[in-house]
Design a protein around this ligand. Structure first.
Ligand code: PCA
Length: 207
């Protein structure tokens, strides 16, 4: 079994992105599952193509994309991706699309096909703050989640896919005023490991 995990480059004022830093801490193998880790650019133009190339190269059994949501106090298991690009800050290419679709003529939204409720329950059981989020925003993370689910749908891949937003690390938060909510990087990584294990368990239960 193969799982594709993606994280992002730093963006905005940040010098690190907890999504990719946390993914790097995960083992390459968890039980019978091999974990493939890929870095995505914070780019409306290129993130989707890098993701699709990774899916083609890896042929995964599930895909979990991860990004930073500064100000969150726990892991946000995203439920919905919408067909909208509406950026409040420029991406790393300097692009700031407004009121544009991710895919012209695509459906308005896609639901995550990860076991979102099971993931939240497993995180809570491990004492890791987590919640279901009903909006992944309108920036590059939503763009990637929509692209992922549109690709799975249009290429008839029968694999689960979805998105998890993670908070600032304590190191990031320590540099800001007022001090925002944050989590230890190790705790974020532990949460992502739990999300992977829950997804693998649900795949095994299906087969
Ligand atoms: N977070 C941004 C894009 C990259 C990231 O890590 C977002 O929430 O859209």
């Amino acid at each position: 079994m193969k799982l594709l995990l993606t994280g992002f480059d730093p963006f905005g004022q940040e010098t690190l992105n907890p999504s990719y830093e946390a993914i790097k801490l995960l083992p390459d193998r968890m039980g019978s599952a091999h974990i493939e880790k890929v870095l995505l650019p914070v780019s409306f133009e290129n993130s989707g193509a890098v993701l699709k190339d990774a899916i083609n190269a890896c042929q995964p059994d599930a895909v979990i994309c991860v990004g930073q949501a500064g100000g969150y106090a726990g892991l946000a298991i995203e439920r919905i991706a919408i067909n909208l690009r509406d950026a409040s800050i420029p991406d790393n290419d300097g692009n700031q699309p407004q009121d544009q679709p991710v895919v012209s003529c695509g459906p308005a939204a896609y639901f995550s096909t990860l076991p979102v409720k099971d993931i939240v329950s497993a995180l809570k059981a491990n004492h890791i703050p987590a919640f279901i989020s009903n909006s992944a925003g309108t920036y590059v993370c939503n763009n990637v989640m929509y692209t992922l689910l549109h690709e799975i749908h249009s290429s008839h891949l029968s694999i689960p896919g979805g998105f998890i937003h993670v908070p600032y690390t304590t190191a990031q938060a320590s540099q800001k005023l007022p001090v925002p909510p944050s989590m230890d990087l190790e705790q974020i990584a532990k949460g992502l490991k739990t999300a992977v294990e829950t997804t693998v368990a649900s795949l095994k239960a299906e087969n």
